[in-house]
Design a protein around this ligand. Sequence first.
Ligand code: F6R
Length: 243
Amino acid sequence: MIHTKIYVVKNPDEMGVKAADLFEDVIQSKPACVIGLATGSTPLPLYRELIAREKAGRIDFTNVRSANLDEYKGLAPDHPQSYRKFMQDNLFDHIAIKPENTIVPDGLAEDVASMCCNYEAQIEKWGGVDLQLLGIGHDGHIGFNEPEDYFPGMTHEVKLTEMTIDANKRFFDSIDDVPKSAITMGIGTIMAAKKIVMVVTGADKKDILHKTFWGPVTPEVPASILQFHPDVTLICDEAAYPL
Ligand code: F6R
């Protein structure tokens, strides 16, 4: 039996509306909350909805703090494919959030280990993540925590799998341009969030979604650990819903 709250919606736009409701609730009850954010295609309808709600006066991001899940190693913040740039273009540049209140792992850090420790420390100083947004990879990754034989704890460097490099090549000129490693929050960092919302759309995610919430909890499917989190909401569209 799983504890996850599940909402099955018609399509990605409805996913955006439903997920925005959760963000609106958290921001209204705690204006200086900490939100954990993800990149990728799936959250885009949500980000459009959040922008629209701030314009309509329903949400105010002025005091919100945000921490992103991951960043490619070796990409500068202004690189067109960096996750920092993605966040600026698709959300931060359109809302009132203060630049100093948004953190994304530094893909250019020379001392990666200490950058990762500082990243964790900043989140802790802010009081921890109130609401963490997650997408899911076809191999079950969350952030860039790829299938392993253990669950990695804190923010760390990872080598990307062939499957992930292949899935992400659509954003680059060629597969050779896709970075081969990244910095990601760990599974422990993610599990420490008070609330988690996972958004999943499209028939291609159906199988992995089934393994994640209806299969055994195993580091071979990193997202399956979410079955052990006490406050997870899954919002998926009909195409992705596996039952
Ligand atoms: C991105 C991230 C990844 C994505 C996943 C799904 O910050 O953490 O785990 O959520 O790769 O990506 P899309 O939504 O593009 O299918």
